[in-house]
Design a protein around this ligand. Structure first.
Ligand code: NDP
Length: 296
């Protein structure tokens, strides 16, 4: 049976994919347009390869054309920038994703800034990030919102979680997750507290949270006794911990201690199978949106 407390990110992502597949079919039939996503990976990091494989497979499932660029570790900054410039002007590419982290000899900031903000499906371009932070009051919206925080918000929406007026606590302030998550919750009229490594009395801050977004990158960091009874817990963390009972020798856990937080929460996302699949679904969403805008 389905546990109503658990936000099943995998099932929800499948639902989003079904919706997108229908939109993609419609786009093909009415406009002859196939949304295209370029996925660039530099080097051989195993975790990055796994993520990239998952993204490409997801594209296939909904009918997005994915263009893979698997570049060697020794790729120069110049060559990577040239590739991005070519992709920026290609009509069949509506989204460009550079898998992070890049090798240390490459300046990621310069590379990400090269991506046309109209194809910036990860939403990391300063123009998209800036517009996200300055949104509201009739201002121009960002072309794209970063996929992981967008996935967190989509989960709240699809679970009909009331956000306006609630206390939302975001653990972590990275440009990729924590900061944009806080901006999005703020736009939904939550009262947002952003916590980080210098925050004093974290427990007291978290105890105030009606909605908690945990993105600290520390295994099982948040204990159940920090959770306000009935709170909604969105666990972004993906941490590998040793587990001799697994063939791989490890298992994945989130940034919250699932068992004890589950007891206190009204809704909680599991790891794996929570925010992860929704992140990929939002990448597909962004790509299809990019393609739709190319028709305007
Ligand atoms: P970063 O390492 O970039 O950021 C971590 C944040 O947590 C920082 O703001 C840091 O504070 C804060 N932090 C670290 N330690 C503490 C502490 N002891 N107390 C309070 N705050 C602390 O990580 P990301 O934002 O990139 O990722 C966070 C987690 O989410 C990781 O587990 C990552 O694997 C996962 N992730 C999952 C994705 C998904 O698809 N599900 C996608 C992206 C990430 P400070 O700023 O002061 O250093």
């Amino acid at each position: 049976d389905v546990d109503p407390k658990i936000i099943d990110g995998k099932a929800m992502a499948r639902q989003v994919e079904d919706e997108l597949a229908a939109e993609v079919t419609h786009m093909k039939e009415t406009n002859g347009l196939v949304p295209g996503l370029a996925v660039i990976i530099v080097g051989e990091r195993k975790d990055s390869q796994t993520y990239v494989r998952a993204k490409r497979k997801a594209c296939e499932r909904v009918g997005i054309a994915s263009f893979g660029y698997d570049l060697p570790e020794a790729t120069t900054q110049h060559d990577l920038e040239v590739l991005i410039e070519q992709l920026n002007v290609r009509a069949d590419v509506h989204g460009i994703l550079v898998q992070l982290p890049l090798p240390s000899h490459i300046d990621s900031e310069v590379v990400l800034d090269k991506i046309s903000y109209e194809k910036d499906v990860d939403g990391f371009h300063p123009l998209n990030m800036g517009r996200l932070c300055m949104a509201g009051g009739g201002r121009e919206e960002p072309r794209f919102v970063p996929c992981t925080p967008k996935g967190c918000i989509e989960m709240l929406k699809r679970k009909n979680v009331a956000v306006a007026g609630k206390n939302a606590v975001v653990l972590g302030r990275s440009n990729i997750v924590g900061l944009p998550a806080a901006m999005l919750l703020n736009q939904m009229d939550a009262t947002v507290t952003i916590c980080h490594s210098k925050t004093q009395d974290l427990a007291a801050k978290v105890r105030d949270a009606d909605i908690l977004v945990a993105a600290v990158g520390r295994a099982q960091f948040v204990p159940g006794d920090w959770i306000k009874p009935g709170a909604v817990v969105i666990d972004v963390g993906i941490n590998a911990v040793e587990d001799a009972s697994k063939k791989s020798g490890y298992r994945l856990v989130g940034d919250v201690d699932y068992a004890s937080c589950y007891e206190k929460a009204s809704l909680i996302t599991p790891v794996p199978g929570g925010v992860g699949p929704m992140t990929i679904a939002m990448l597909l969403r962004n790509t299809v949106d990019g393609a739709a805008r190319s028709l305007e």
